[in-house]
Design a protein around this ligand. Structure first.
Ligand code: GLN
Ligand code: ZN
Length: 786
């Protein structure tokens, strides 16, 4: 100890630390199972085909498999309570008894109350039980990911108390297997902040419930301690938002409360992810928790600031393995980053971790039998990421992992140099994009005159959003074609017959701008991705979107380009059999990007512009082939908006609109460009920036006069969705007339289009026919009035 002062050089610190193992941690693992076991069992349970015992058994097996996998990989800190049968936020609502009376009153088994809140429940009466009819709680996007959580919904009568002890049960389950875990729960402030007041208690401010909630939180934490948990992970991802002062205060209050009970609670790791916490640093400074976790994949620039507030005894969990994407980690780079933390804090106070839960990544790359092996070597799914965390932690601890490092460096270099990744012609073309390419030849007013001359549409023109019912027959034939059991000619004949049915139906009921119905498309992004260079696809790369719904995002692996036309054949065929205009139908650059796993080696905006150029060629080809109306869908444009106000958000708002305009501005004034968005609190200014001639927006459930008023000054034409395409319900003509009347109070009739909320692919023909007929009749009614 005498020599302490003279030995405090950084180099000495590191060499002293060589014997200390830096710990490795996983923040959460996907629960869906390597072969979607969770989906299969829950859906079977809902249909009454498997018992609750069977459901629980499968849950238990999945948890055990996940823990063992992490244990065998050598992970030091393994999560528990990251499992859920539907959603981890909904788990908390059940656990804390935040169950609105409309669900509680049925006195169902807890698991059934849980599912009723998540997805609604309709059951007719039986001899022993009354009928049940209750809709689901609101579902909301989890930050900027494609996961959706069930929104906690509070009222004045909400009474927090422990309802079961899921986190404790699952901790004990792991313990029985000989695996010590770190239970994870969404922290109290984020839980409340992400919630809302119920209809009957609109004046209730969720954060005002903090004081009532904290003792119940502490109760479950202390039960965990009694069960043997030494640490817990409390997630407070709201720390990456623009938090109001009250919420920052709430963070301090909550964790000081836990600190006051420290002796009876496990140690707390407070985790943030998906962005920087720097604007909320004051809330974190001096917070009495054992460890802080930050996402350095998304926000490496926060390093100096956050390290400066780590207390003398606190640990820093360095989120460095990407929980949101599928790319192999760069071990050399990550190790350098972690070493910076070790230099500052010492190896015993640094943890190597995933940036967030791995919930957002597919389960296991080993399941991919069809990937090009060259490309496969660039990926890491959740199972591989677990190993990556361990390797980086070993490396920074001075353990010999040279074989792994060498292989990793090779793979990283191969990807960077690959001609799958790099296409110089595409790079050159993106660099040459200028302002003129992103601008139509004339302003909207002039374009409109030419479009009216050539299209001759009536007032209140009617159209649909693109897809028509995707029948079983369509799916069967598409699969047959994919498997090669029917020839290309047979398939084309089948598709053309489908197109003809859709065209004839639209003519019959009197729609004005027709669509071909999209029968050839499996998915609006995948369909185009499969035809572009620079994309690849998985066979089993499922990621939970919500409840039992999983998506399999295509992966952008390299510079994107279009080798040949992608949709011209079908549109031209449709146009050839009718005299009415048929809309060409494309998916926009931002939606293609957002619903894929993007590259991590070039900026997202560069990828959007590459897509924009490919689409520009397609738009121009459609026009050249005689298509006069072209719709470019951008339903994902709102979800790409960065979480915080500031430069990054401003930049996004610009390039999202600009890339759309690059895609759509190469056409004549007389060609009418449409765009479509599913409802998501769109800002009229962002939509205006696209300069589309006509936009259609999901609207039927919105029911908010202020929203219409916001669009009053929108200069171009607009169709606000008149009926909900998610529901089999058929709206009457009168109902739609009433909707239009309300809209026209605030909105000029000359600019108004008549259309449904979105595509009709999930509906069946019977409903579609009735709903669209009523819709067209409603438009005709107004034509007579004006
Ligand atoms: N054109 C697409 C369709 O009708 C649009 C889908 C969407 O917006 N999600 O299916
Ligand atoms: Zn839509």
């Amino acid at each position: 100890m005498i020599f302490k002062d003279t030995k405090s050089s950084v180099g000495q610190l590191i060499s002293n630390n060589l014997h200390t193992m830096v710990q490795s941690a996983i923040l959460g693992f996907p629960r869906i199972g390597p072969n979607r076991e969770l989906k299969k069992t829950t859906e079977a349970y809902w249909k009454g085909k498997v018992s609750v015992e069977e459901l629980f058994k499968v849950g238990k097996e999945l948890r055990a498999a996940n823990w063992k996998l992490q244990k065998e990989a050598g992970v030091d800190i393994i999560p528990s309570n990251d499992f859920s049968f539907y959603d981890q936020v909904l788990d908390l609502s059940l656990l804390f008894n935040a169950i609105p009376e409309r669900y509680a009153k049925y006195n169902l088994a807890p698991i059934d109350t849980f599912f009723a809140m998540g997805r609604g429940l309709q059951k007719s009466a039986t001899e022993t039980s009354a009928a049940i009819d209750v809709t689901a709680l609101e579902m909301v996007k989890w930050f900027d990911s494609n996961y959706h959580y069930v929104r906690p919904t509070f009222s004045h009568s909400t009474e927090f108390k422990l309802n079961g002890q899921k986190p404790v049960d699952e901790f004990l389950e792991a313990k029985e297997l000989g695996i010590q875990t770190r239970p994870v729960l969404l922290g109290p402030v984020s839980y409340l902040f992400l919630g809302k007041a119920d209809k009957d208690s609109l004046d209730l401010e969720p954060l005002s419930l903090l004081e009532k909630l904290l003792p119940v939180y502490a109760e479950v934490l202390s039960k965990l301690k009694q069960a043997g948990a030494t640490e817990v992970q409390l997630d407070e991802p709201t720390l990456v938002l623009d938090l109001p002062q009250e919420a920052q205060q709430a963070i301090k209050k909550a964790y000081q409360f836990f600190a006051s009970k420290a002796s009876s609670l496990p140690e707390i790791t407070l985790a943030s992810y998906f962005g920087t916490v720097v604007p909320n640093l004051n809330a974190l400074k001096g917070l009495p928790v054992a460890a802080l976790h930050f996402d350095f994949v998304r926000a490496p620039e926060q390093f100096d600031d956050v390290v400066s507030i780590v207390g003398d005894k606190q640990k820093l969990s360095v989120g460095i393995i990407d929980g949101r994407n599928i790319w192999k980690n760069n071990f050399a780079k990550s190790s350098e980053f972690v070493k910076k933390a070790i230099e500052k804090l010492g190896a015993d106070r640094v943890i190597v971790a995933t940036s967030s839960s791995l919930l957002h990544t597919p389960v296991d790359l080993e399941n991919e039998s069809k990937l090009n092996p060259v490309i496969k070597d660039w990926f890491a799914f959740a199972t591989q990421k677990v190993k990556e965390v361990v390797i980086v932690s070993k490396n920074v601890s001075g353990k010999n992992v040279s074989a792994e490092l060498e292989a990793n460096a090779k793979s990283v270099a191969a990807r960077a140099a690959s001609d799958i990744t790099n296409n110089p012609a595409v790079k050159k073309r993106v660099a040459a994009i200028d302002a003129k390419m992103a601008q139509r030849a004339a302003p909207f007013d002039e374009r409109l005159i030419e479009q009216q001359k050539s299209l001759k549409l009536p007032l209140f023109p009617t159209t649909t959003i693109g897809s028509f019912p995707q029948t079983r027959d369509i799916r069967i034939n598409r699969n047959k074609f994919a498997k090669g059991t029917i020839s290309a000619e047979e398939y084309e004949k089948f598709i053309n017959a489908e197109i003809e049915t859709v065209i004839r139906f639209q003519e019959e009921i009197g729609l004005d701008v027709l669509v071909h119905g999209e029968p050839e498309r499996n998915d609006m992004v995948q369909y185009f991705g499969e035809q572009l260079n620079g994309y690849t696809f998985t066979v089993n790369g499922w990621v939970q979107s919500y409840g039992s719904r999983y998506v399999r995002p295509p992966i952008i692996v390299g510079d994107l380009s279009r080798p040949k036309p992608m949709s011209v054949k079908e549109s031209v065929y449709a146009q050839s059999i009718t005299t009415k205009p048929v809309k060409g139908m494309l998916t926009g650059p931002v939606t293609c990007l957002r619903w894929s796993f993007p590259r991590d080696d070039v900026e997202q905006k560069t990828q959007a512009y590459q897509l924009a150029l490919a689409l520009r060629d397609e738009v121009n080809d459609l026009e050249a082939a005689g298509i006069t109306v072209i719709q470019v869908d951008e339903p994902a444009i709102r979800e790409g908006l960065p979480l915080r106000a500031g430069a990054e958000r401003d930049d996004y708002v610009f390039w999202a609109a600009d890339s759309f305009r690059v895609a759509t501005s190469g056409v004549r004034n007389s060609t009418q460009i449409h765009s479509h968005f599913c409802y998501s609190d769109l800002d009229p200014n962002h939509i205006k920036a696209l300069d589309a001639d006509v936009v259609s927006i999901e609207y039927s459930k919105k029911d908010d006069p202020n929203y219409i008023a916001e669009f009053k000054d929108y200069p171009n034409h607009i169709g606000l969705g008149l009926f909900d395409i998610h529901s089999p319900r058929v709206p009457s003509k009168e109902e739609m007339i009433h909707k239009i009347e309300t809209i026209l109070k605030d909105y000029p009739a000359s600019k108004f289009w008549v259309n449904p909320d979105c595509g009709l692919k999930t509906r069946d023909w019977a409903e579609t026919k009735l709903s669209l007929t009523n819709m067209v009749d409603a438009a005709k009614y107004f034509r007579e009035q004006y």
